[in-house]
Design a protein around this ligand. Structure first.
Ligand code: B4P
Length: 191
């Protein structure tokens, strides 16, 4: 299987590049942010609970996210692999993902870390907020999301670096330029 984690700060292009990876490599998309937003729109208990954290730019607690993921990683004979977009975001989630995949006799193939300067991240998210009206794309919340990223999520890079799975990708440029950099990495992998 080809199991990719797409990693990066809020606004680094995870969702955007995931879509291109799915189109080319036919992977199953697991995007925790999208799932939580869909739950919120459907006014489920999970959605209402998650929203309390999301509007403040905080992470939804690990136990909720990990349980949600366990229900999503189910065996499908025609599945060539997963793309994990926005997950894992903490060390606990990283360890839980390794264990979940091990139980399915597979593992993470590569972690693509999109490297983008804060000034671009903020610019992109404010722009998206103006168009999409996403309630966490406001200047105040973006600040807190970036702090949360550096404190809770960025340390996962060491975890994957030690496993020899981390590949840093320059995440500044046009969407196609960045995808070109990603393709060059993924096309070299035998899976
Ligand atoms: P997410 O939905 O994952 O949001 P995100 O980090 O902002 O990334 P996103 O994928 O949306 O942005 P992208 O870079 O693609 O999470 C939202 C919230 O949900 C979190 O804050 C948290 O509360 C909760 N959550 C989700 N997962 C969780 C977990 N595992 N544990 C706990 N809580 C969790 O795109 C950003 C913008 O940039 C877009 O408008 C795009 O068009 C633009 N863009 C992309 N590439 C560009 C480029 N090359 N140049 C210019 N603009 C570009």
């Amino acid at each position: 299987m080809l199991n990719i984690v797409i990693f990066g700060a809020p606004g680094s292009g995870k969702g955007t590049q995931s879509q291109k990876l799915i189109d080319k490599y036919h992977l199953t998309h697991i995007a925790t942010g999208d799932i939580l937003r869909a739950e919120r729109e459907n006014h489920t208990r999970l959605g209402e609970l998650a929203n309390q954290y999301m509007v403040k730019g905080q992470l939804v607690p690990d136990d909720i996210i990990i349980k949600m993921l366990e229900e999503l990683i189910v065996h499908k004979p025609d599945n060539v692999g997963y793309i994990f977009d926005g997950f894992p975001r903490t060390s606990n989630q990283g360890e839980a993902l390794d264990n979940m995949l091990l139980k399915k006799d597979t593992d993470i193939t590569v972690v693509l870390s999109l490297e983008v300067d804060d000034k671009y991240l903020t610019e992109r998210l404010i722009k998206r907020g103006e168009v999409s009206g996403r309630n966490d794309d406001t200047e105040e919340t973006i600040k807190s999301r970036l702090q949360v990223y550096y404190r809770q999520t960025a340390p996962l890079k060491d975890y994957y670096e030690k496993q020899g799975k981390l590949v840093r990708i320059n995440g500044v440029g046009t969407i196609d330029e960045i995808f070109g950099r990603i393709e060059r990495v993924v096309d070299k992998i035998n899976y």
